[in-house]
Design a binder for this molecule. Structure first.
Ligand SMILES: [Zn+2]
Length: 699
């Protein structure tokens, strides 16, 4: 793995070009987690000076740079060459010794890095021989790159003439330079390339897509609507709620773009609601295109796949390519814009000559017609000149094949490099005396690493009850050394934040604004539906009123992450602040309530979103002091029986006007938080792209 980085944020000229190593036998979740010590700094590469394109002297310098890089890498790879053939005996964690063949199997880097290492042109694919004019199409199967063949046909090696002349020409056209991996035995250089979410999707296509969307919104007068929805997004675990209008945000890094992927479809759907007559079709296409790309991105994050999920991904990609032309006019380059301006000027010049000969009374109408025609002509030119042929567009093509061949996408993330930069490069740079810093950087992390590894080993010995001396055990038990993964614990559901001012149903009714009659009625209904006959709540209002009630403000709900056996996200469902449940301004979270069976409510499959109004503990002193934990919620009803909308593929829900919307449910039926985007008064869209679990459940 390699990735150039700036050493400081303040002066741009201090750069480092680190190479890291990790081993493929580690589970990827462990390797990708910070503090796992799984990624090691191997070398800092020399950074060549910036060169101009043309000058002869620079060309010579370029060749020297390439040769130097090749030599450095040969030094780095040398220990791998022999053992790749003969193998090496390695002590394994289970106490056995095995004959291992360490082979370079992946190179994680962003596109420009790959270009440099594989010796390619900037817009060439490291994996296949796709021609530039097809980068923006969804054409499958171009010939896989065979770097060994290119090497044979380099100008200096032109003596082997066994293959056709076409190959010579092709290699020349491709401008293939030095591939630093080509001399490695048992390694196929084209397989080293790994798809990368961070640079291809978040910093690549999502950034482009936002430019297109901005142009589209401007054209249709919906920019303000978009900003309004953007600023009003509700919170959700792990989701960064935007604090500024979209147009005011200047820093868009990987984290922000990933966040954007979780809400863009819903925000756009609301911004484009109620299209005018001529807008229906373009709006539908734009939403369809964004939806396809967002869904492709969602599914690319899955940690395990079936042939079905891969087929879905191919469908999303097809759909994206089919609909992307709706945004073509917003891919205007500067050159195209110049051409358009020139054409516009020329049209106007000719028109001016014509219009002089027309009677003044007719001029106004002719001018209006002309303006329309002029705009149409310019749009035609823009559409003819613009294209989607850029490399990141094409790289999506390799995601599905990669999953088929190697597993999942997140496994090889460039993000682990970003983490490693901080601990292994930048901290070392800061602690160095800035003088011959390279050596100091390499050494500064080495010491830390040795100690952490020793701790991990001792910790592991302790877990196996090996003979470890008492003072070592004592030190290990100190919290500072917790680098271990303890046995997974299933988190408990916890109720928190008791309020002092509520001790019975009457208090609750006063504070929440729900009438006493409704509270009684709902408690009795809950009791009849959920509790065994012998343990029901009293139905006499006077007795119900005498039961002690505790009102709480927060409920922690562990929600199992998608495709994980022991990773939980803690959802904190709150009902705090002003408890009046019809007051829209209060902090009452949206939650999912299990309201029926799987066949009910269309895509929602038996679950309904609800506003959490209250969390209550009711002590039934007549029945062994049993505590009933219940939640007061206001359940939303699905529009169109919970079917996904044709326009944007999301489900719309609404809140009933009458106060009967208040319902009491068992606290166990609350499944977690929901993410709703307000469409209009009392109507919301369910944002099913907010996390993988919701995406996987609502379709
Ligand atoms: Zn390719």
């Amino acid at each position: 793995m390699s990735d150039q980085t700036n050493l400081t944020n303040f002066s741009g000229d201090k750069k480092a070009w680190p190479v890291y190593i990790t081993i493929g036998n580690l589970p990827s979740a462990r390797r990708n987690s910070p503090g796992s010590m799984a990624v090691l700094l191997l070398a800092l590469l020399p950074i060549p000076p910036k060169l101009s394109k043309s000058s002869k002297a620079d060309q010579r310098q370029r060749k020297i740079n390439a040769d130097t890089l090749q030599d450095v890498f040969e030094l780095i790879f040398a220990p791998l060459q022999d053992v790749a053939h003969t193998g090496i005996a390695i002590d394994c964690a289970d106490g056995k010794v095995r004959q291992c063949f360490p082979i370079l199997s992946a190179w994680i880097a962003d596109h420009m890095e790959n270009v440099a290492l594989h010796g390619l042109k900037t817009n060439a694919c490291p994996k296949c021989e796709v021609p530039t004019h097809e980068l923006g199409t969804n054409a499958r199967s171009h010939r896989t790159r065979d770097y060994a063949r290119y090497q044979r046909y380099k100008p200096e090696n032109q003596n082997s003439g066994s293959e056709s002349d076409d190959d010579h020409i092709m290699c020349d056209n491709l401008g293939i330079g030095q591939n630093i991996f080509h001399r490695l035995d048992r390694v196929s250089a084209s397989d080293l390339y790994k798809p990368d979410m961070l640079h291809t999707i978040y910093l690549g296509l999502f950034k482009h897509m936002m430019d297109w969307i901005e142009g589209f919104l401007k054209k249709h007068g919906r920019l303000q609507a978009f900003d309004d929805v953007w600023k009003a997004l509700p919170p959700y675990p792990g989701f960064l709620v935007p604090k500024k209008a979209y147009r005011e945000v200047t820093q868009w890094q990987g984290k922000e773009m990933r966040n954007l992927g979780r809400c863009i479809l819903g925000v756009l759907a609301v911004a484009l609601r109620q299209p005018g007559g001529a807008q229906v079709i373009p709006f539908k296409r734009a939403l369809g295109c964004v939806r396809a790309l967002v869904d492709f991105n969602m599914m690319a994050q899955y940690r395990s796949h079936t042939s079905d999920t891969i087929a879905y991904m191919e469908d999303y990609l097809d759909q994206f390519h089919k609909l992307k032309d709706i945004f073509l006019e917003f891919r205007v380059t500067k050159r195209t814009q110049d051409k358009v301006d020139k054409q516009r000027k020329e049209i106007r010049r000719q028109r001016a000559l014509v219009i002089e000969r027309v009677a003044p009374s007719l001029r106004r109408r002719i001018r209006d017609d002309n303006r329309q025609e002029e705009n149409d002509l310019c749009l035609d030119l823009v559409r003819g000149e613009s294209h989607f042929n850029f490399i990141k567009m094409h790289l999506l093509r390799h995601f599905c094949d990669h999953i088929r061949q190697f597993g999942n996408i997140p496994m090889y993330s460039t993000e682990i490099g970003e983490l490693a930069h901080k601990t292994q490069i930048k901290d070392g740079w800061r602690q160095s005396n800035k003088n011959d810093a390279v050596r100091q950087i390499v050494h500064s992390y080495g010491g830390q690493h040795a100690i952490r590894m020793r701790l991990l080993n001792l910790e592991s010995l302790k877990c196996r009850d090996a003979d470890v001396s008492g003072d070592v055990l004592h030190d290990l038990d100190r919290p500072a050394s917790t680098v271990t993964a303890a046995a997974p614990v299933v988190p408990r559901r916890v109720l928190q934040g008791s309020r002092e001012d509520v001790s019975n149903v009457v208090d609750f009714s006063r504070i929440s604004g729900v009438s006493r009659e409704i509270v009684y009625r709902e408690l009795i209904r809950y009791s009849r539906h959920n509790l065994p006959a012998a343990h029901r709540l009293p139905e006499d209002h006077a007795i119900l009123r005498s039961l002690p009630v505790e009102l709480l403000t927060q409920r922690e709900i562990p929600v199992l992450a998608l495709q994980e056996a022991d990773v939980y996200e803690i959802h904190r469902a709150r009902s705090t602040g002003d408890l009046h449940f019809r007051n829209q301004g209060s902090r009452n979270d949206w939650v999912w309530v299990q309201a029926g069976t799987e066949e009910m409510y269309g895509a929602l499959r038996g679950r309904l979103p609800a506003k959490l109004v209250a969390l209550l503990k009711i002590r039934d002193y007549r029945s062994d002091d049993t505590v009933r934990r219940v939640a007061g919620v206001q359940i939303l009803t699905p529009v169109n029986s919970g079917r996904l909308s044709d326009q944007h593929g999301l489900v719309t829900v609404q809140m009933r006007e009458d106060p009967r919307g208040f319902t009491i449910v068992d606290i166990g039926t609350i499944l977690g938080l929901a993410h709703l985007i307000q469409e209009e008064d009392r109507r919301w869209l369910i944002n099913s792209r907010i996390d993988l679990r919701t995406f996987n459940e609502i379709y």
